[in-house]
Design a protein around this ligand. Structure first.
Ligand code: ZN
Length: 388
C-alpha cells in the first residue's frame, strides 16, 4: 500500500536498542498498553522497552497473529474482545509461552485478506501499530491457499550484534508520522516554508471578548500514557498540565477555551475532533510531547505541525515563535503533516510536540512545573497573536 513511507521509519528504528546492545535473552520487556481502535481498524501496542514483533496470516479461520518475543503480559491485560467490527470477530491477547506475548486478530468468515494488506509499523521500538485494511474493495487473495504466510515487519532496532556493523547514523529530523494510517505518508515539506497560498497578513483587529472559541487538546490520557521517557516521564501528564494552564490563561483573556480532556482519561481521536466541531472552535491546538529512543537523549526540541492551510501555518508559526522566545528549547521547525487531529478538524489546527520526553534536556524541562507554565503562557500568547 504505502511502503514508501516505511523506509524512514526503519531508519528511525535502527537507532536505539542496537546501541545499547540489549541482546541478553534474559532481558525481557512488558506489554504495558494495547487497544483495538475500532474506528481506525488497528491494534496499537506499547511495550516498556523495544521489541521486534513477528506477524503471520493464518487460515481457517483467517487470523493475523502477532508475536512479541521476550515480552510478558500481565494477567490483567490478557483479554479477549469479541465482535469488534463487522470484519473483526475477535482480538485475543495472551502469554503464548514463557517468552512470548501473542496477539490474535481473528477476522470474520466472509473476509479475505492478503499478507500485504496488513501493515505492521512502529513509531519507536516500543510503540507498534498493526493496521488492517478497510476491506473495501474486497481483496482477491485469500490466505486459504496457504496455511501460514509471513507478514512483513520493519526492524525495531534489532539485537545489538546483528546490526552493530551497519553503522548507526543520526537520521534527518524525525519524519512526521501520520497519527492516522489512513492519512498515508506525511507530505514531505521543507521546514518553515509557508504554503504558497498564504495571504498577506490582515490588518490587526482587536479581539472581541468572548467571541473566540479555542479547542485545546491534551493528547493521550487514561490507559494511554503517550510517550514514556527519562525517569518514567509520561507524555499524558506533561500535556495535561500544559493544556489546562493554556485554557485557564485564555479564559482570563476572555477567550472561550474548551478542553478535549481536563483529567487523566482515555479519549479517542474522533471525539476530540467532533468536540471541536460541536463547540464551533475557531482554532484547534493539540498538545503532545515527542519521543525517539531512550538511547538518543541528544535529540531535543520543539516541532509544530499544521496541515495544508495558510491559516494552519499562521497558527503554528504564532505559537512556535512564542515558545522559542519564551524558553530555550531547541527549534526543530514548523512542519506540514497529516496527523489525524489536524487533518480532520475543519478549523485551522496545529499539533505541538513540546519536546522529547526521551531527550536529556527536554525531559528535565518537561518535568518541571515552571517550564510547563512558561510553555502554557507562550502557547496562550501565540494563540492570541494569531487572532490579532
Ligand atoms: Zn502524543
Amino acid at each position: 500500500m504505502r511502503l514508501s513511507w516505511i523506509a524512514p521509519l526503519i531508519g528511525l528504528s535502527l537507532l536505539g536498542l542496537s546501541e545499547l546492545g540489549l541482546s541478553d535473552p534474559a532481558w525481557a520487556g512488558k506489554l504495558i498498553y494495547w487497544k483495538f481502535n475500532t474506528a481506525l481498524g488497528r491494534v496499537e501496542l506499547i511495550t516498556d522497552d523495544g521489541v521486534q514483533p513477528t506477524a503471520m496470516l493464518l487460515a481457517n479461520p483467517a487470523r493475523v497473529v502477532i508475536d512479541l518475543p521476550n515480552t510478558s503480559v500481565a494477567k490483567s491485560k490478557q483479554r479477549i474482545r469479541k465482535n469488534l467490527t463487522k470484519y473483526v470477530r475477535e482480538v485475543r491477547v495472551k502469554q503464548f509461552d514463557r517468552e512470548t506475548t501473542r496477539f490474535v486478530i481473528e477476522l470474520a468468515p466472509q473476509v479475505t485478506v492478503a499478507p500485504s494488506d496488513v501493515k505492521v509499523r512502529n513509531l519507536s521500538p516500543s510503540r507498534w501499530f498493526v493496521q488492517l485494511p478497510n476491506f473495501l474493495p474486497i481483496n482477491t487473495v485469500s490466505p486459504q491457499a496457504t496455511p501460514s504466510v509471513a507478514i512483513d515487519v520493519p526492524p525495531a532496532g534489532g539485537t545489538g550484534e546483528s546490526r552493530r556493523g551497519q553503522g548507526i547514523k543520526l537520521p534527518p529530523p524525525r519524519p512526521p508520522i501520520a497519527a492516522n494510517p489512513e492519512d498515508g505518508p506525511p507530505t514531505p515539506s521543507p521546514d518553515v516554508s509557508p504554503p504558497p497560498s498564504q495571504p498577506a497578513s490582515a490588518p490587526s483587529t482587536p479581539i472581541r471578548r468572548g467571541s473566540i472559541v479555542v479547542a485545546i487538546d491534551p493528547g493521550h490520557g487514561g490507559r494511554d500514557p503517550g510517550a514514556v521517557g527519562i525517569n518514567g516521564l509520561q507524555e499524558k501528564v506533561v500535556v495535561l498540565s500544559v493544556g489546562t494552564q493554556v485554557a485557564e490563561l485564555l479564559r482570563k483573556k476572555g477567550v472561550n477555551a474548551v478542553l478535549t480532556r481536563s483529567s487523566d482519561r482515555e479519549i479517542d481521536l474522533e471525539p476530540r475532533v467532533a468536540m471541536a466541531a460541536r463547540v464551533k472552535a475557531d482554532v484547534f491546538v493539540s498538545i503532545h510531547a515527542n519521543a525517539i529512543s531512550m538511547s538518543r537523549p541528544d535529540i531535543n526540541g520543539l516541532e509544530s505541525y499544521y496541515y495544508a492551510s495558510a491559516k494552519g501555518y499562521k497558527l503554528a508559526r504564532s505559537i512556535h515563535n512564542r515558545i522559542l522566545s519564551a524558553t530555550n528549547v531547541r527549534d526543530r521547525g514548523i512542519r506540514q503533516a497529516r496527523f489525524y487531529v489536524v487533518r480532520r478538524t475543519t478549523m485551522p489546527a496545529v499539533l505541538l510536540e513540546l519536546g522529547f520526553v526521551t531527550g536529556r534536556e527536554d525531559a528535565v524541562r518537561l518535568a518541571s512545573a515552571s517550564h510547563r507554565t512558561k510553555l502554557a503562557e507562550a502557547i496562550a500568547q501565540g494563540i492570541l497573536d494569531y487572532f490579532k
